[in-house]
Design a binder for this molecule. Structure first.
Ligand SMILES: *Cc1c(COP(=O)(O)O)cnc(C)c1O
Length: 382
């Protein structure tokens, strides 16, 4: 492993997770079972939703949501270009067509309600929206648009595991909420995810589509509840296992504590970076009704050249940075898929040409933050 002085991300893994992961191993029950069920119940309670199903990953959650909503070839699904590629790959996997939407502006990098309305056609079935970096989308405006046009909303909450607006958690505003427990997420199990919904009918579909469309679960058969099953949907194997669910349960219990630590790191960065003229920080002046679930720390550098210089300079000093994200429509596979069509996402293109994501994790010390900020100042001067 590369010997970074300051890593981009450090998960909060301790003895609790080490002990928890041994329980299913010792019980010799490895796949989805009672640990998964307990985690789903605790997660649903935390987010305040009626149905939560743990799955193998965030992308699996998004794909399941599209399947449960019966998205078909010919359908168009709106999606931001400024997000992780999984968001549009799953639309293609479902046989539908992703239509790329721009972000609001240089300060708010969530999907633009105006551009959503502009890009709705008679083929549009719904949208995947992303609460970028833990900041909520303009959810009330988006809900109104969806209602007006009869569209579904899938919320990608991979960055926003406990972001709330008016006391209501992200993931519960739309038809389905999708979470990721990938290694660098605020709640991690290494890999894993969750789909949530308040809709009884969608819940039943999500539940069976996660496990081949089967009407019984591995644990049901083990408990002798049934020895056969019917197949009621073209499902896939998107199950999680009890080792991951055991780790995720520990992480869930640390979530509030770690969010307090993240908030402190965020504030400290804000104070220190405000003195550097060529760096601007997005998502300032948020709606007072929002409680942000800080996930990453993206900033804008004055020019694209200076951004590239900063990435290289920080690397030289042992500071690992990242990039969220290369616009999806510019990837080579999407360039050929789009066949030269103009997706009209100018703000996304401009913002991503100057973006850099700084190290950000709950246990980051004041010294670490100071080191990052001093190094930035040094790189930009030279
Ligand atoms: C991580 C992430 C995903 C994918 O989750 P996986 O668990 O890696 O499949 C999807 N969307 C966003 C915004 C993400 O950050």
């Amino acid at each position: 492993m590369q010997n970074w002085k300051i890593r981009f991300f450090l998960p909060d893994i301790s003895e609790e997770e080490e002990n928890a992961v041994l329980i299913p191993l010792r019980n010799k029950w490895l796949t989805m079972g009672e640990k998964t069920h307990a985690f789903e119940k605790a997660f649903a309670q935390k987010i305040n939703t009626s149905h939560a199903y743990a799955v193998s990953g965030g992308s699996a959650a998004l794909h399941l949501a599209l399947m449960a909503l019966n998205v078909q070839p010919g359908d168009e699904v709106l999606v931001p270009s400024l997000t992780f590629v999984a968001c549009s790959n799953v639309i293609v996997a479902a046989g539908a067509t992703p239509v790329f939407v721009d972000v609001c502006d240089h300060n708010d990098w969530t999907i633009s309600p105006q551009d959503i309305e502009r890009k709705i056609t008679n083929k549009t079935r719904g949208m995947i929206i992303v609460h970028y970096a833990g900041f909520a989308c303009r959810i009330k405006e988006i809900q109104a648009i969806a209602q007006k046009h009869g569209l579904f909303i899938i919320e990608d909450c991979a960055h926003a595991v406990i972001t709330s607006v008016d006391g209501q958690y992200c993931g519960t505003f739309g038809d389905v909420g999708c979470f990721s427990f990938y290694s660098n997420k605020n709640l991690t199990a290494g890999e894993g995810g969750m789909v949530i919904t308040q809709n009884e009918e969608l819940a039943q579909r999500l539940k069976i589509l996660r496990s081949h469309g089967m009407t019984s679960m591995p644990a049901d058969r083990f408990q002798g509840k049934t020895h056969s099953y019917d197949i009621q949907g073209f499902g896939l194997n998107y199950r999680i296992d009890d080792m991951r669910s055991s780790i995720a349960m520990c992480q869930l219990q640390k979530l509030d504590k770690n969010l307090r630590l993240r908030t402190r790191v965020y504030q400290s960065y804000l104070n220190k970076l405000s003195q550097i003229d060529s760096i601007t920080i997005p998502f300032q002046n948020r709606n007072a009704a929002e409680a942000t679930g800080y996930h990453i720390f993206p900033v804008l550098v004055e020019t694209s050249d200076l951004r590239d210089k900063l990435i290289e300079g920080l690397k030289q000093q042992g500071i690992q940075t990242s990039f969220h994200y290369p616009p999806i429509h510019q990837f080579s596979i999407y360039q050929s898929y789009l066949k030269g069509q103009d997706v009209a996402c100018p703000i996304t293109e401009e913002v991503t040409s100057r973006e850099i994501t700084l190290p950000f994790y709950p246990s980051m010390s004041d010294d670490d933050i100071q080191t990052v900020c001093d190094s930035i100042q040094q790189c930009l001067k030279s």
